[in-house]
Design a protein around this ligand. Structure first.
Ligand SMILES: Cc1cc2nc3c(=O)[nH]c(=O)nc-3n(C[C@H](O)[C@H](O)[C@H](O)COP(=O)(O)OP(=O)(O)OC[C@H]3O[C@@H](n4cnc5c(N)ncnc54)[C@H](O)[C@@H]3O)c2cc1C
Length: 391
């Protein structure tokens, strides 16, 4: 959607296909980091974004057995010293509304791309899509696959991502939030499983992180045992865990971390999760996908406005621009997964409280140290700025 908006704004005719009838998917996270806030500001959308219902997070906190500790602090970042939690559908609706104000932008909802169209030389020349009115062919000078971690466009092009491995999956559910609850968005470390609580104002979106492949085992327990486990980790939720009526209220989100070696084929570019599925650590996936879109917009807009078809070297330039920041963030995520998450999930001492190690407590007394994780998560590496023209 972001790339569609940027290209349409630059004067390129764009068709965005979405297979669903709305954007109300619940499983894509909602952290909008300072790097994305900056892009929205550059596009003149920040005021409208600020009007969306949201919760602002200035510090990332961990609720350890001996108290709450700030482990990341956004307050020294400029110009946006916070991360906004906005459900992804609200952000997508905002981008769609803005894009629709540009001539040449078309959003086709309930259109599922089922395969690539190809010319005699094998170059992608568009997509075949299933629509409410039957199959349609959409011809294009360039197809950009932004169709997520199970990308069909990628599969059709014969591209296979390298799996970097993830030791965990996530059980995802909601619980009501009360005015007397803590205000933040924070993690509750534990052995065997741990929780992350996202503050969505009137409810908590809860991620219960479990060892990969153990979802079946969890689901075989009576739901009462799961409720008790949640209440045992976070005392103030005990009065409402009964809102998890059955296992139907708990979704399984499979975590994957992977990356394509090559993000393009003639006539086809892949970006976002289709090129690199991110671990939920740091909640960076949406923001990296947006950075890809901005880099792609900057590089592709002039090539698409010029006569002729964009050469594959232009697509390679997008990959070159985005590969390094993706690699660095994934390397950090994989390191944390291996060194912290996997050992904690494998630890059988499930009832043992987790205390923050004294050395970490000492380090976290420094505002500079606390700002580092926020800087890496919030701004990432090789930050993009909107340079594509507005016509
Ligand atoms: C448990 C979990 C929690 C996460 N939490 C966060 C978080 O808090 N913050 C964060 O930044 N990231 C988070 N992420 C990562 C984030 O969800 C992704 O990195 C991000 O959504 C990628 O964006 P995307 O546009 O590339 O793909 P997606 O968001 O997956 O979007 C792909 C879109 O394409 C559509 N589509 C798919 N196939 C077709 C087709 N054939 N035809 C037409 N349309 C199609 C889909 O319906 C979808 O709308 C989390 C991931 C997981 C697994």
């Amino acid at each position: 959607m972001m790339l569609g908006l940027l290209l349409a704004r630059a004067g390129v005719a764009v068709a965005v296909l979405e297979k669903h009838g709305d954007f109300l998917r619940d499983f894509r996270g909602d952290t909008v980091h300072p790097s994305t806030l900056e892009i929205l500001s550059e596009l003149g959308l920040k005021e409208r974004f600020d009007a969306l219902p949201q919760h602002r997070v200035e510090q990332l906190e961990g609720m350890f057995a001996d108290g709450m500790y700030a482990i990341g602090d956004f307050r020294s970042l400029r110009p946006f010293p916070y991360m906004a939690l906005v459900p992804q559908w609200d952000l997508l609706d905002l981008l769609a509304a803005e894009a629709q104000g540009h001539d040449g932008f078309r959003l086709y909802m309930r259109h599922e791309a089922t395969g690539l169209l190809r010319g005699p030389d094998g170059r992608a020349t568009g997509v075949l899509a299933r629509s409410p009115d039957g199959m349609v062919r959409i011809n294009a000078d360039l197809v950009v696959g932004c169709d997520g971690r199970r990308s069909l466009m990628r599969a059709d092009a014969g591209l296979q991502p390298r799996n970097l491995g993830a030791p965990m999956d996530v059980l995802w559910f909601r619980l009501p939030r009360r005015p007397s609850d803590p205000d933040g968005t924070y993690g509750v470390p534990g052995y065997g499983n741990f929780l992350v609580l996202l503050n969505r104002n009137d409810y908590w979106q809860v991620a219960s992180v479990i060892a990969k492949g153990e979802a079946g085992q969890w689901r075989r327990q009576p739901i009462q045992d799961f409720r008790a486990a949640v209440a045992g980790r976070v005392g103030f939720l005990a009065d409402r865990v009964a809102c998890i009526a059955s296992w139907d209220d708990v979704k399984l989100l499979e975590v994957r971390v992977d990356r394509l070696r090559q993000w393009h084929r003639p006539g086809l570019l892949l970006i976002g999760d289709a090129a690199h599925a991110m671990s939920p650590i740091g909640g960076v996936g949406i923001n990296l996908a947006i950075q890809d879109a901005v880099a792609a917009g900057n590089i592709l807009a002039p090539a698409l406005l010029a006569p002729g078809l964009p050469d594959e070297s232009v697509l390679a330039a997008v990959q070159r621009r985005r590969m390094l920041p993706t690699r660095i963030i994934q390397a950090i995520q994989v390191f944390i997964q291996r060194r912290i998450i996997a050992p904690a999930l494998a630890n059988p001492a499930r009832d043992r409280p987790v205390e923050l190690p004294p050395a970490a407590k000492w380090l976290l007394r420094s505002a500079f140290i606390r700002s580092l994780p926020a800087r890496i998560i919030g701004l990432g590496f090789r930050r993009e700025h909107v340079r594509s023209p507005r016509r």
